[in-house]
Design a protein around this ligand. Sequence first.
Ligand SMILES: Nc1ncnc2c1ncn2[C@@H]1O[C@H](COP(=O)(O)OP(=O)(O)OP(=O)(O)O)[C@@H](O)[C@H]1O
Ligand SMILES: [Mg+2]
Length: 223
Amino acid sequence: MLSLKNIHYHPSTAEDPILRDLCLESNIGKITIVRGPSGSGKTTLVEVISGLSGYQRGVITWNGKTLNARQRRWLCGLVFQFPERYFLGLSVAQELRLGHKKLTTENQISTLNKVGLNNLDLKKPPESLSGGQQRRLAIAVQLLRNPKVLLLDEPTAGLDWSVRNGVIELLSKLKDKQTILIVTHEPELFENLNADCYELSEGQLIPQTKKSINQTIDARFTN
Ligand SMILES: Nc1ncnc2c1ncn2[C@@H]1O[C@H](COP(=O)(O)OP(=O)(O)OP(=O)(O)O)[C@@H](O)[C@H]1O
Ligand SMILES: [Mg+2]
């Protein structure tokens, strides 16, 4: 279990703290979703969990063991918002082999199969794939590191409606192998996942029920 207890993060460059005594628990088998408006600290939260940012107070544990930033970088795979912008490989095979020089073609194919990219031409340039395929490839790149925790920053952002559901279904399948935490400003897309939902507000997480999510959506349409 991933656990955050009273995490307080106030970078010296910010006027106010971004995370204030934030607590969170996330388990394998059930996706955790954190929603919040732009600027509420969603990206900051996944950066802190994954060890890319430090924090001033609190403790982050994995199965009861406190982890430092370096250990969290090993524990977590972080799929950035618009991950396709950071592809470096000239082909799908090259992208998968970055940092995994000895990865066999067989392993490349089995990893791609895990994310639903069956029969993909390994020689294709990543940028020639469709938006949904690129997002799946970015997830595959993280899965190669076999992270215990998969963090996704706005995994459906910028995708066509037709491919969004495919990405959501994929994450639903992966949840039994990895602890998954998604930050998003589109929680309604994930409402059929039976996930644990939280609202990030003023640096703290407020548990959300299905009813409160629907009220938020209704308010968005009536205001
Ligand atoms: N290192 C930093 N120094 C100063 N301010 C920061 C720093 N990191 C983040 N912030 C500020 O903290 C707030 C939260 O930023 P963050 O990017 O985490 O929000 P977000 O919820 O991911 O927003 P979006 O939905 O637009 O991606 C913003 O006001 C941002 O400007
Ligand atoms: Mg963000």
